[in-house]
Design a protein around this ligand. Sequence first.
Ligand code: ADP
Ligand code: MG
Length: 290
Amino acid sequence: MPQNGPMKAPPRLQSLIDEGLIDSVVRQLMSGKEAMVYVVRCGDDTRCAKIYKEATQRSFRQAVDYTENRKVKNSRQARAMAKGTKFGRQAQEAAWQSAEVDALYRLAAAGVRVPQPYNFHEGVLLMELVTDANGDAAPRLNDVVLDSEAARLHHAALLQEVVRMLCAGTVHGDLSEFNILMGHQDGVDGPVIIDLPQAVDAAGNNHAQRMLLRDVENLRNFFGATAPELLATNYGPEIWDLYQRGLLATDSVLSGQFARPAGAVDMDGVLREIDDARAEEARRRLLSNS
Ligand SMILES: Nc1ncnc2c1ncn2[C@@H]1O[C@H](COP(=O)(O)OP(=O)(O)O)[C@@H](O)[C@H]1O
Ligand SMILES: [Mg+2]
């Protein structure tokens, strides 16, 4: 719906207007699965305001990932969160929301292409509006048509960002074509990474490896649909292996190939054998019953 002039501010943004953090609300940009996003004016700047939905309105998968993954420093908070008390739910909610702000500050400082955060107030994140070269809200990667050369270029650029994030101690955890904007930032066209409330500490989280591998696989599968040779690459395990051995640097040269180190357990092979044994057992039972 095209709109002229500012719209009436939604209630959750009113306190930011009262505080003078924003001047007016231009329009709603998106209502995603976890948040509602608005374009707002702050003095001469156009910015983006992300209002988090209540945990109960969020998707279940994210809530589970989140609860399993989060390390809480304060143990009273941790116990309350585990028990699911009102205090616990509030603590969990606050931790979830501030996780995105923390990650944005850390990653922006590390030179990762993310929106610059400006403020976090009453469950609303104020950040840079990622725009295209015309100044319009940038499209999601999912909504952009790519040729194979562009697919290869953006895939390489995003792997670089993943490495940069990991060197800064962070795994995104929900990286996909829906959380990447094709923007124009600092005079450079290219992917900008958004949506980080589930980001985890790479060193202190049991799921960090699984999340990193999934992020890198998402990139491979998305770009591989346009540039099929990417489907044969295996960057995730290579990146994680370098990271774990303390060898990952922002300028590490990657091959996209990963050979399992000699002597390591071939888990896939083990699982395949278990499946084979189960199938064999089932076959024998069928035969003996007939
Ligand atoms: N900083 C930003 N600049 C421009 N658009 C944004 C920005 N942040 C979010 N958006 C838009 O809002 C949508 C939802 O935001 P996102 O952070 O992904 O939340 P959700 O958890 O709801 O997916 C995005 O897909 C994107 O289109
Ligand atoms: Mg999103």
